[in-house]
Design a protein around this ligand. Structure first.
Ligand code: T1G
Length: 677
């Protein structure tokens, strides 16, 4: 029984068991309401406790039900029914009471939670607002300021903070169920039952305005946050019933909109990425406790921190004591800043540093379970390092490369154990960025691959499997966008026009500001006499990017960017040297030429089997490159734009169309639809 009711003395205990997260799907809502109403009719029942089995209290509505016709009882009605019951109801909270789960708890008359519980309204992360009373009941319980923070950030708060705010009535230090029952017994005859409290006062609206102003940039382009603000204002201006009606109207608008569809797509895409098609799920990952990191530069230090902060031991190897000292200083400084900013507790910082050892001799890596290199991106260097790793690594150790685009088969061939070689492409800063491309080379064994995926989850990374092709997934689309952007430069479009078009689309920055930030000279052959493209021309003129104060843009001492007349002159001169004529390019064409090219490249990745599924490509570009999550990722966005339209526009621009893209477009199919026979 997913919902069972058991009378213990005069307390009716309703236990919900709907793995994996007790989502409030239709069947649960129906059974829960029936059990509550039946319990309230029993004269011997003095109070009711609602609890959940498994790892968590209700973690929200069932997201997979959105986009389908709502089935009664809808969650708002269930919550209103709970609040209106004549019998007191106590919510017993553990795990993560999120979204509709917290809204059910808010409708209960009392809330008891264990110290480790977390409570939140993450709907805004799905392009929604709390749609079952949260925008009206939470402000009445904890005040507008705290409610605004919770609803607009979507981040959960710990039980202790919830108790301070009055969101929960009692923190259960012992058995949750027993203490919930004791609480229920203690309030069973208290009347009147606590109802949703007083409306916040009009003066509280200032807290909403303050939040909106402080987060304007982060919330730009998104519809749900604006709806959250409107619903919170309704909590101040309107009686509860009218406020709930406003919330319902706003929720319905959002749930039928593109942005929520994109964010819900992304929610499931991120979880689907963890699955490797065709890999036996029963494979036991290899044990990984000590990791060798070769290279203590920005990348190596970041990778070391990614493992250290999650409890693993690290042996950090460099070629000189000075390089090691620099790496250690970077790691220590980063952890201590984390402590100062409250992101890390001192004890964890101390323990992480205690798990770090350093070495100058490869022999020190002999006991490592996994060894990863983050050395210079040159094949000869990588192969030499791998040969040295192979000579000292213990049998069964995994040998990983952090290369961002080199051929991993060629690197693996430098060892006698290619089946233990895998790509772990971290994104800088590796201790912060959640994306990890796990690259399976031709000989990588299934167990090594399964181990890499399990390790990624353990260190809190979002792993996406890629095949061993140039640029894997993320950088392959980046390279295609960059080549189209270069073409536009040669036709007379300025770098700033291209960047502005991308920022207007929702990207955090455009391709040329990004190039200046990363370094225009990444991958440059360093021969100023060899000018084969715009990038070479800029590098030859010493315009290497923000780090030298000039690239595509000029930078002042505060690193503020300004369009550069000199850079434009260099671009124009190179274009003329190529016999290119300038022409007016409509603004819409800028995005079509660059973004549709990325979609075309994504289709090629699918056709070549480099990406398992289109949604994986979305996860990579949302997480690693800043594609707006409320647009779902390039492939989801392409499907919503219309694949046939994209094919037609690519052809108008005289650009190539991948066979898979043309085929899906002609059949009216989505990329991940099963391959038609
Ligand atoms: N609905 C449906 N499936 C869900 C789900 C949900 N709410 N939450 C998780 N799952 C699935 C997930 O897809 C995965 O499936 C499995 O459960 C384990 O999840 C009206 C409108 C609870 C913190 O946004 O944040 O209520 O891949 O891998 O890392 O106002 O899941 O195994 O097949 O993430 O331990 C609001 C979303 C909904 C919470 C657990 N609630 N979930 O994390 O496991 S909208 C949320 C999470 C709403 C009301 C509104 C996390 C978690 P599979 P997992 P985890």
């Amino acid at each position: 029984m997913a919902v069972s009711a058991t009378l213990r003395g005069t307390i009716l205990e309703i236990m919900v068991d709907n793995p994996p997260v007790n989502a409030l799907g239709h069947a649960i809502r129906k059974s829960l309401l029936e059990a509550l109403e039946a319990g309230a009719r029993q004269p011997e029942v003095e109070a009711i406790v609602i609890a959940c089995a498994g790892r968590t209290f209700f973690a929200g509505a069932d997201i997979s039900e959105f986009g389908k016709p709502p089935l009664d009882p809808i969650l708002p009605d269930l919550c209103n029914a709970i609040e209106a019951l004549g019998t007191p109801v106590v919510a017993a909270i553990h795990g993560t009471a999120l979204g509709g789960g917290l809204e059910v708890a808010l409708a209960c008359h009392y809330r008891v939670a264990v110290p480790s519980a977390r409570l939140g309204l993450p709907e805004v992360k799905l392009g929604l607002i709390p749609g079952a009373g949260g925008t009206q009941r939470l402000p009445r319980l904890v005040g507008i300021a705290a409610a605004t923070d919770m609803i607009l950030s979507g981040d959960p708060i710990p039980a202790g903070k919830a108790a301070e705010l009055g969101l929960i009535d009692h923190v259960a230090e012992g058995s949750l169920i027993e203490e919930a029952h004791r609480w229920a017994q203690s309030i069973a005859d208290q009347r009147p039952l606590p109802r949703t409290g007083e409306r916040p006062t009009a003066g509280d609206a200032a807290a909403i305005d303050r939040y909106a102003q402080a987060h304007a940039r982060k919330l730009r382009g998104q519809t749900a946050p604006q709806a959250c603000f409107e619903a919170l204002r309704a909590a101040i201006d309107l009686p509860l019933a009218e406020g709930l009606a406003t919330e319902r109207r706003l929720f319905r608008q959002l749930v039928d909109g593109d942005q929520s569809a994109a964010l819900r797509h992304y929610f499931f895409a991120e979880r689907k990425a963890a699955r490797i098609d065709g890999l036996d799920a029963s494979i036991e990952p290899l044990p990984i406790e000590t990791v060798g990191v070769i290279g203590a530069g920005t990348m190596g230090a970041g990778i070391a921190m990614a493992f250290l902060s999650k409890g693993l031991r690290v042996v950090l190897l460099e070629t000189s004591a000075e390089a090691l000292d620099r790496g250690l200083a970077h790691i220590r400084q980063t952890f201590e800043t984390g402590v100062a900013k409250g992101r890390m507790v001192q004890d964890d910082c101390d323990q992480a540093l205690a798990r770090l050892s350093t070495a100058l001799d490869y022999a020190a890596l002999g006991s490592c379970d996994l060894i990863i290199e983050a050395v210079f991106e040159l094949m000869t260097v990588k192969r030499e390092v791998f040969a040295r790793i192979d000579a000292v690594a213990r049998p069964g150790a995994i040998l990983a490369t952090n290369t961002s685009y080199l051929d991993i088969d060629e690197i693996a061939a430098a060892t006698g154990r290619p089946e233990y070689v895998v790509g772990l492409h971290f994104f800088s800063p590796a201790n912060i960025m959640k994306l990890l491309e796990v690259v399976r080379a031709t000989r990588t064994s299934s167990r090594v691959l399964a181990t890499a995926m399990a390790l990624a989850k353990r260190i809190g990374k979002i792993a996406v499997v890629a095949g061993n092709g140039y640029g894997f997934i993320g950088n392959r689309l980046l390279a295609r966008r960059r080549s189209e952007a270069y073409e536009l430069l040669l036709e007379g479009v300025t770098p700033w026009d291209i960047d502005e078009a991308h920022v207007g689309f929702g990207m955090p920055m455009g391709p040329f500001r990004m190039s200046d930030l990363a370094g225009v000279d990444i991958g440059w052959h360093r021969d100023p006499t060899r000018v084969e493209n715009v990038r070479d021309a800029l590098c030859a003129a010493g315009r290497l990017g923000q780090k030298v104060g000039r690239g595509y843009y000029d930078y002042d001492e505060k690193r503020q960017a300004a369009p550069s007349a000199e850079a434009l002159a260099i671009i124009d001169a190179f274009a003329r040297s190529q016999g290119r004529t300038r022409r007016d390019v409509p603004r819409d064409d800028i995005l079509e030429r660059t973004l549709y090219a990325m979609v075309d490249e994504g289709a090629r990745l699918l056709g070549e089997g480099i990406a398992q599924r289109a949604s994986d490509i979305d996860v990579v570009w949302v997480n690693g490159y800043g594609w707006p999550s409320y647009l779902g990722g390039p492939m989801h966005w392409a499907e919503r734009t219309g694949l046939a339209r994209i094919v037609e526009r690519l052809r108008v621009h005289g650009m190539p169309v991948a066979p898979l893209l043309a085929e899906k477009a002609s059949r009216g199919e989505r990329f991940d639809d099963p391959q038609a026979a």
